[in-house]
Design a protein around this ligand. Structure first.
Ligand code: GLP
Length: 270
């Protein structure tokens, strides 16, 4: 697992945008590239930077496909707080991805079937190349709460009371309005992606970041399953890094990173 520590949230966004841009630029015509997109406030600055690169530097997403990580059950797509709408409003409506953006159907009367279909759709698209992730203050990823199966597929999850409290800010601070259930890519589904890129900023994420990077792999901290990934990059600001015991080593390791390794952790070919 690679740990990148940056001074500010803005620099976290730049580092994440560098990784995604490398995948987007390498996408071969016809072969495409599949992006995995997370909601939450943390990745928004990364999406803004990618939109800027699209507008000002010609970064093109044409021919690419994107899959959202999760969706609330019971919110129609057009609802202001649906994750489908969030991703569209904050990112994909502003780039040339040609409407190839998918999300679980939170209005399906049989959500468990919608979850299975979604998992199959990801597989049929060839799997996700680069998956952006945030982290909940209790260590959840997507909506995989403590106790989630480490190899689970896309499924229905009950939101933890802490997650409901954390997310109430998007629902005028009324916990009663936060949906109680969601469809989320499972931890096994997430682990199938080629490259996991987890972003965290702010002190309230420090314990979760420490646990995911330096604690045991445990379903109590669902994000700790990143330790099993072949390619995972955790990008944090100073505050979110504040509880990492080995932060000096992570800095040192980044400084010594070989120059032939690109931001997507693949060798740069001539
Ligand atoms: C929600 C999402 C997660 C996200 C988390 C943290 O629960 N389902 O994917 O990582 O919020 O969000 P934020 O970045 O706003 O702290």
């Amino acid at each position: 697992m690679e740990i990148l520590i940056r001074d500010t949230p803005e620099e976290v966004a730049l580092a994440a945008a560098d990784i995604v841009s490398a995948y987007v630029r390498r996408a071969l015509p016809g072969a495409g590239c599949v992006l995995g997109l997370a909601t939450g406030s943390t990745p928004v600055a990364t999406y803004q930077e990618l939109i800027r690169r699209h507008r000002e530097e010609g970064l093109s997403f044409a021919g690419l496909t994107a899959f959202c990580l999760d969706e609330y059950i019971g919110l129609p797509r057009e609802h202001q707080e649906s994750y489908f709408r969030f991703i569209r409003d904050n990112f994909t409506a502003h780039i040339d991805i040609d409407d190839a953006v998918f999300s679980p159907d939170g209005m399906d009367p049989q959500p468990w079937k919608a979850a299975q279909r979604y998992d199959e759709a990801i597989r049929e698209a060839g799997g996700i190349d680069v998956q952006i992730l945030g982290i909940g203050s209790n260590g959840h990823i997507g909506f995989n709460e403590p106790g989630s199966p480490l190899r689970g597929r896309t499924r229905v999850e009950t939101l933890h009371p802490q997650t409901i409290r954390d997310n109430a800010r998007f629902f005028e601070n009324d916990v009663e309005d936060v949906p109680t259930h969601a469809i989320t890519q499972g931890l096994g589904t997430i682990l199938d992606a080629d490259h996991l890129v987890l972003l965290a900023t702010g002190e309230n994420k420090a314990y979760a970041v420490h646990s995911l990077v330096e604690g045991p792999i445990t379903t109590s901290i669902p994000a700790s399953m990143l330790q099993l990934a072949d390619k995972a990059t955790v990008i944090v600001d100073e505050s979110a890094a504040s509880m990492l015991r080995e932060r000096e080593y992570y800095r040192h390791r980044e400084e010594l990173r070989p120059s032939w390794l690109g931001p997507d952790m693949r060798p740069i070919e001539d």
